[in-house]
Design a protein around this ligand. Structure first.
Ligand code: OXD
Ligand code: MN
Length: 794
């Protein structure tokens, strides 16, 4: 409570009551309170001056502003020392954007009165109810960005309706009349993805952010020096909200006041962002209570960067200033500045900026992980439920898998979160994953009505779409199994007429939907749990079309982490990497490349430590749903068929937890035989090594896997339920066979095959990548894994 100005407000609720007293200025309580505040300040500075003397002294103090003040002046008069400290700081920096505001430079009535700016009306909400830290934040940034008005959001449905009205007036939104409360927004074609190139991390120490510091060759994190940032902020943010409304969004990631949740306040001049944030995060006035007078919150400042008057030629009426785009993270200050884009992860700052970048920095200090992963529940036909995380690069299929209907009868997938997992150890020694988001922002064209019927149904009510196409009958459209009637015409994502004769998709490949978690029929009841769920397995997805196997179970935690750190993927639409051809592979450690916020070596060491501290860590698996044959044919059907791999994974976990069906590691000679005859990456011939496992009939005596009509007509006879069904290879185990009933035998042979030469090359690449990225800082545990793999493959 050190800095509190409300003497008796030690709890959120009492802070509220103090503030409410403050609002009743007409009966004099406000001035009583101010006096109490000032008295408290005087007392704490040991001043014995009378109030009048003190005011006189303060006046003189003001007059001397700019000159060096008497050293003891503040001690004597009680004038806030902070001012002197700030001026000292200003001696080194003239940054207007980062200049702090002093309590005497603004007044909160029903509007904000700010020295040098004047009065800014508050259109909605009562600013007097806010904790002083929040008032200060608003006043400070209002002084910088000079909005015409301030609007304090409460997350209500009325608010969403009102702002939708604003967007309609601006001509930004199209209501899709075939559904209930579903709206489509088309953006400026230049503002349709997260932009990694414009995303920066700033910190006083470059070594904390980039391993190797100044001399680093690292490609992973974009570092910006704090002084450079100051200049960059000032050229963008001064008066950037002129003529616009500044919305103040209080929100929580995780349930409000949850034990592991994070509070934040985002300022934005985009009503679209407010509506979207209301779905993706918990926007609520109760966050003010949770912040209280002493609580902390992340400060998120966002502007589309188009002050009025603007002579910009707008496309789709979408406001943005992409040429000046910047998304900067001040880690130590728990602060994000985003400018120029109104799109997705660039502007919904609760998502990637807060819940991954700032959170992973916080997590490192506190011993937990913030990761780019879906949190899923999988129930097998016997009713046994397991929780897993699925970590993947953007566009790597997390959401599409999470929404898919398993093709094997009796299996069920439920979602707790589709994009972000906060993972921490609980008292039972297990790692728990909690999904902090309130909604999903998924890739719309990834959905197929036949493969994702429940998800498609969900989009028919209370959904917000961006950059899909629309039909003349008021429906959303992106092809991918969607049908058009004869009479229906289509407008594509740029608002142009589209016919099926056009080969290009009518939707942008990164078109998105936003929905509330709770609207999805297969949402897990614990999705809103403050603690999360205990993990059985962590699954890391590569996205590559070469010989990276369909599935590998790693030997142990360190090996799983090392392989995750070496994940590579083809660029996807979500990454906004226009410069890299879709076919080229880039490193995407843990699927976190765009979200890594600090020194990669420290990040990996932290991963190792988290696993070591857990007495029962989950098992780590690696998958690749995108393997292709040498003639370019996709070898794995993906979506709901992925459950076949998940079945193998969960059986392996169960076996190692002492449940029936122990794994059988093959002997050394088996390894050599198996891997030596596997085809080379470029060889399209099926792997002969698998042959012996294909002709095994399904054991009818296996009680957990009775034969069905489907299994009898299976093209491949296999042992779908045998959990000892694994082959030891360097780097772990691969399935000898999975439940492949109904799939193409030759393809399954290929997709399961293990290519020794491929792995040799992969490990050589891994070593080079780690050396480039981390050099001597590479954690010894990671180096040990690489050396061990090299030995096994020699
Ligand atoms: C996302 C992404 O928006 O990863 O989730 O790009
Ligand atoms: Mn994502």
């Amino acid at each position: 409570m050190g800095s509190s100005r409300f003497p008796s407000s030690s709890s959120p609720s009492s802070s509220k009551s103090s503030a409410s007293t403050a609002s009743t200025s007409s009966n004099g309580n406000y001035s009583t309170l101010r006096k109490a505040i000032d008295d408290e300040k005087s007392r704490s500075r040991g001043s014995s001056l009378s109030k009048m003397k003190q005011e006189k002294h303060q006046k003189e103090h003001h007059e001397r502003k700019g000159k060096k003040c008497h050293e003891n002046c503040c001690e004597k008069c009680g004038y806030p020392c902070k001012t002197e400290k700030k001026d000292d700081k200003k001696g080194g920096s003239k940054c207007k954007s980062l200049a702090e505001i002093d309590r005497y430079e603004y007044r909160v009535k029903t509007e904000f009165e700010i020295s040098g700016v004047g009065s800014i009306p508050v259109l909605k909400g009562d600013p007097k109810w806010l904790a002083e830290k929040v008032q200060c934040f608003i006043a400070e940034k209002a002084r910088l960005m000079t909005p015409a008005a301030i609007y304090i959001c409460n997350g209500s449905i009325f608010e969403a309706d009102e702002l939708l009205g604003v967007l309609k007036k601006q001509g930004v939104v199209e209501t899709l009349t075939a559904y209930r409360n579903v709206h489509l927004v088309r953006t400026d074609p230049e503002d349709m993805a997260r932009v990694e190139k414009a995303t920066y991390i700033t910190h006083n120490s470059i070594e904390a952010i980039v391993s190797g510091g100044e001399s680093s060759k690292s490609q992973l994190v974009n570092y910006m020096h704090p002084t450079t940032l100051e200049t960059e902020l000032d050229v963008r943010f001064q008066e950037c909200m002129r003529g616009r409304v500044m919305y103040v969004i209080p929100f929580s990631m995780g349930p409000v006041s949850g034990e592991n949740s994070m509070n934040a306040v985002q300022l934005t001049d985009s009503p679209y962002v407010v509506i979207n944030m209301r779905m993706m995060t918990r926007v609520s006035s109760s966050v003010w209570d949770s912040i209280g007078d002493s609580g902390s919150f992340a400060r998120l400042i966002h502007s589309i960067g188009v002050p009025r008057p603007s002579f910009r030629v707008l496309k789709q009426n979408w406001l943005c200033a992409v040429e000046k785009m910047l998304i900067a993270h001040r880690l130590e200050e728990n602060e994000v500045w985003s400018f120029g884009s109104g799109y997705g992860g660039n502007s919904l700052l609760g998502k990637k900026a807060l819940s991954l970048r700032l959170a992973s920095w916080k997590g490192r200090k506190e011993g937990w992980l913030a990761e780019h992963a879906a949190v899923l529940s999988i129930t097998d036909p016997s009713g046994r439920e397991s929780f897993i995380t699925v970590h993947a690069p953007s566009g790597g299929g997390k959401t599409a898998f999470a929404f898919s209907e398993p093709t094997i009868p009796g299996w069920k997938i439920k979602i707790l979160g589709d994009d972000i997992a906060w993972i921490r150890q609980e008292k039972d020694g297990r790692l728990y994953a909690m999904a902090p988001e309130n909604g999903m922002f998924g890739i719309a064209p990834g959905l197929d009505p036949k493969k994702h019927p429940a998800a498609m149904k969900m989009l028919e009510q209370d959904a917000l779409l961006v950059n899909t196409a629309s039909t003349s009958t008021g429906k959303m459209f992106w092809r991918n199994g969607m049908e058009l009637s004869e009479k229906e015409t289509v407008r594509d994502w740029q608002g142009l007429e589209w016919t099926s004769a056009v080969t290009q998709s009518p939707a942008h490949p990164n078109a998105r939907f936003t929905v509330f978690m709770e609207k999805y029929p297969n949402v897990h009841p614990l999705w809103d749990s403050p603690k999360g769920v205990p993990l059985t397995a962590m699954i890391f997805c590569s996205r590559r079309d070469d010989a990276y196997p369909l599935c590998v179970e790693t030997d142990d935690w360190d090996e799983g982490v090392t392989m995750a750190a070496a994940i590579r993927a083809v660029a996807s639409a979500g990454s906004g990497r226009k410069d890299s051809p879709a076919s080229s592979l880039h490193n995407d450690p843990m699927g976190m490349r765009p979200f890594l916020a600090y020194n990669f070596a420290h990040y990996l060491k932290h991963w190792i430590d988290v696993g070591r501290s857990a007495t029962k860590p989950p098992k780590i698996f690696h998958v690749n749903w995108f393997r292709k044959s040498s003639d370019g044919k996709a070898l794995w059907p993906g979506y709901g068929e992925n459950i076949r791999v998940i079945e193998w994974i969960l059986k392996r976990c169960a076996a190692q937890n002492g449940q029936p069906g122990q794994a059988t590691a093959l002997s050394g000679s088996d390894i050599t035989a198996a891997t030596a005859i596997a085809p080379a990456a470029t060889d399209s011939a099926p792997a002969p090594v698998m042959k012996e496992y294909l002709d095994v009939t399904i054991p009818t005596e296996n009680p957990s896997c009775p034969p069905t009509a489907a299994t009898k007509s299976a093209q491949i006879k296999t042992k779908p339920c045998a959990s000892g069904n694994a082959l030891k290879v360097p780097g772990g185990y691969i399935p000898k066979m999975i439940n492949a009933q109904g799939l193409d035998a030759a393809q399954i042979q290929q997709v399961l095959s293990y290519d020794r030469q491929f792995w040799k090359d992969e490990v050589a690449y891994m070593r080079k990548f780690f050396a480039n990225e981390m050099g001597l800082e590479t954690p010894k545990e990671i180096l040990a894994v690489v050396e061990n793999l090299e030995k096994q493959l020699a």
